[in-house]
Design a protein around this ligand. Sequence first.
Ligand code: FES
Length: 106
Amino acid sequence: MTSHRMPAGSDPARPGPDHPLTIWVDGEPVPGTAGQTIAGVLLGAGRRQWRTTSQDGAPRGVFCGIGVCFDCVVEVNGLRDVRACLRRAQDGDVVARQGAGPEATP
Ligand code: FES
């Protein structure tokens, strides 16, 4: 069986209707779908970077995508250093960018 012969409604990778959600990123609403990670929501919205490095301010977003590199960390609902590639987005999550080093901490 190939995916080309499967009707869209019977695709097991997409078994049901989308359940939309909204997260708030730096004060702006960003739409997503239940089941997506925060990184997935951000990437789906066209955002490729949401953090900078402490050494030279280089932009970072998803690098490994599996929770190993910590390049994707964000603040979620006041909790710092949350890996966006692992944290499943919840409707109403408040996400803020964060820098990597102490100089970025207020
Ligand atoms: S992208 Fe590497 S930990 Fe999230």
